[in-house]
Design a protein around this ligand. Sequence first.
Ligand code: PMP
Length: 350
Amino acid sequence: MTYEDNIRKVTPYTPGEQPKTKVIKLNTNESPYPPSPRVVEAMEKLDWNKLRLYPDPAMSELTRCIADHYGVKPSEVFAGVGSDDVLSMCFLTFFAGEKPVLFPDITYSFYDVWAEVYRIPYETKKLDGDFRIVPSDYYAPNGGIVIANPNAPTGIGENRAFIEDILEHNSESVVIIDEAYVDFGAESALPLIEKYENLIVVRTMSKSRAMAGMRIGYCFGNEKLIKYLNDVKYSVNSYTLNIPSIAAGKAAIEDTEYFREIVGRIKKTRENTAEELKKLGFSYFPSDTNFIFAKPPAGYKAKDIFLKLKESGIYVRHFDKERISDYLRITIGTDDEMHMLIHTLKEILQ
Ligand code: PMP
């Protein structure tokens, strides 16, 4: 016996690379555009003397602003340090039963890491041949359900009726819908929180609000669920979002016009890029996100292309994982960045 026997050992989630040199970075689904000018203004106006003090542990200014924006009550909103923090708190709070938590085999690769670290039993359900979620897989008894909608890394979104069908079959466990990418396409399950008291809808400011670096995520749910989440949060770390983050989050939510403009631009660039990829012989699923999950033409290996792009200073994501190792996940950048990508791919495929 050594002290090491008492240590919790985990295989961590592997985040996409954050290169130190200047590259075209299409590997972690960040926004190619800066945050709203109102965020910059909020930072400039910040009273830095206030940093002596702890932030408001309830982040009331931010949760009230989010609640107003989405037409829910502040008591139905919970915020955290990125949606990773929110999701992690949800796993810890809602999945304390003995039955397995269910999620797809191909999805956000943090879910199984949280299940492992918190020792939550879980089972993955296979996506079908077209990488779609099979709702009936989630009719089985379970200790909770997690669905990313749109799913990642496939980019495929499902409509609200699809999510509602899963909810109708699962009144005995908490169902979490991770809507990290929902602003780029899919239908949100948010209106369903009034009807299903076991539903949690998770959002992030990292993608459509262009603030991955600020680390702000939030979720919606019935008051009772939010209270349970807060009880766990206050048992782990009371002060999660710092004072600048609270101010920045509020400013970002308030600037709807800017939000719509950059989301619109990203969607347009996505459609143009998809067309260009098709011309090069790539196949892909219609994307409801700010990335495209694409398979290179026959005779080319995704991993080789990934490495060649990297040599040329263009970072995309490749997962060395069963069923998806033939694909590249390409984040939508600016038009110029996507032109560079297509140009470089043309050279590689020659
Ligand atoms: N959910 C999904 C499906 C994601 O792809 C990501 C981004 N890695 C997250 C949640 C977490 O994002 P963040 O912590 O930046 O909000």
